[in-house]
Design a protein around this ligand. Structure first.
Ligand code: PMM
Length: 374
């Protein structure tokens, strides 16, 4: 992707989610968010925009590499950790490091979020990982399969599930978040409670995935803003206790879009950078089969709200309604079908139980997109 010269300010607005930055209107660069501190960031920029001494400093960092691609274009590969380490010595490195930290999602590069449910009652894997050691081992396994994120949750949101006290939720998730973050995973905490989110962020989580979009706990958005974390805002009609009783909409797509826009605005007013927000239509959360299908078809419209979309369809019951498969753990094919369609329709963050097949399916989609782009 190329950014037109002189459009630095617009660029920051238009490509909020991308790791793109404009430093003091002199350096415009773009790249992909690395998956870990050790991975190299790839930056493309105009070499004349960076003072020669700083360019030499960046290029001399361990494992970094500079390629001059002509008078107008240079490419630098540098480990994210080295970029941060140089921040005190180079204004360019400082600006790049903060732009990198501000952009949690990278549109155009589908990300896979592996589910680690530390609950006795989640609909498809409840009880399997209630023991922290098993949850940690499961998270490590998903990481090895190529997960970009691990979404750790300690309260089931299945229809009719009973709410869990914050202390219980903390007891379940904190050791798991701590161990997985220490293992280098990007961790997201699936909670509606500020207290649980705070405890998880303190243990190294970077993202809060709130299925209530900040409605259940008035302190949650301010916490995310204060901690500079990422945020997934999901649509739900009602609460997990009553959401599937008789979901009703005059126009499901319009209502979900309005709701998500309003919640993104509330998050922004609370001080959260738009670059750190992703939206989620909330499949199965107060929706019947037709509502879910309408939302699936409307993903491009929802994507046009300007935020990356998170897609949580993995093993959900509406897929079973379509295929006739009653057992959630056997809905792998249905999940992949929706995931591929979702990727094609604009979803970028895929929340799944099985990471390896999701990665494989997305690599096929991505190859078609990349090669089509020439
Ligand atoms: N679904 C569940 C839980 N958390 N979070 C987001 N953002 N989107 C979802 O669709 C979603 C979620 C319920 O599914 P699970 O019990 O398999 O975790």
């Amino acid at each position: 992707m190329h950014f037109p010269a002189g459009s630095a300010a617009r660029l920051a607005d238009d490509y909020l989610g991308e790791f793109a930055c404009a430093l003091e209107a002199r350096l415009v660069c773009h790249g992909r968010r690395p998956r870990s501190n050790a991975e190299r960031v790839e930056l493309t920029f105009a070499p004349a925009a960076v003072p020669a001494s700083e360019l030499a400093l960046l290029a001399s960092a361990p494992a970094s590499e500079l390629a001059l691609l002509g008078a107008q274009r240079a490419r630098l590969w540098i480990p994210a950790a080295e970029l941060r380490a140089l921040a005190s010595r180079s204004p360019t490195a400082r600006g790049l490091a903060s732009a990198l930290d501000a952009a949690l999602w990278a549109p155009g590069a589908p990300a896979v979020m592996g589910i680690v449910n530390v609950t006795p009652d989640s609909f498809s894997d409840g009880g399997q990982q209630l023991d922290p050691a098993r949850a940690i081992a499961h998270g490590r396994e998903l990481l090895a399969q190529g997960a970009d994120w691990l979404d750790v949750g300690g309260e089931s949101t299945r229809p009719g599930a009973q709410a869990v006290a914050a202390e219980v939720e903390c007891e379940r998730v904190v050791p798991v978040v701590a161990a997985l973050a220490a293992a280098g995973a990007g961790v997201s905490i699936d909670t509606t409670k500020a207290r649980v989110a705070r405890a998880a962020l303190e243990q190294g989580a970077q993202v809060v995935n709130d299925v209530s979009a900040g409605r259940f706990d008035p302190e949650l958005l301010a916490l995310v803003a204060e901690r500079g974390a990422g945020l997934i805002l999901m649509h739900m009609q009602g609460t997990p206790q009553d959401m599937q009783r008789a979901p009703h909409y005059a126009d499901v797509v319009d209502e979900v879009a309005r709701h998500l826009r309003a919640r993104a605005r509330a998050a922004w007013l609370a001080g959260i950078s738009p670059a750190r927000i992703a939206l989620d239509p909330g499949f199965g959360f107060g929706k019947d089969l037709e509502h879910n299908l309408a939302l699936m078809r409307a993903l491009p419209e929802l994507r046009s709200l300007g935020f990356p979309l998170c897609l949580g369809v993995s093993r959900k019951s509406f897929l079973g309604r379509l295929s006739g498969e009653r057992e959630p753990a056997r809905r792998g094919s249905e999940t992949l079908a929706m995931l591929v369609l979702g990727a094609e329709l604009g979803a970028e963050l895929h929340r799944v139980h099985e990471v390896a097949p999701a990665r494989a399916a997305l690599s096929v989609v991505q190859a078609l997109v990349d090669r089509g782009a020439g």
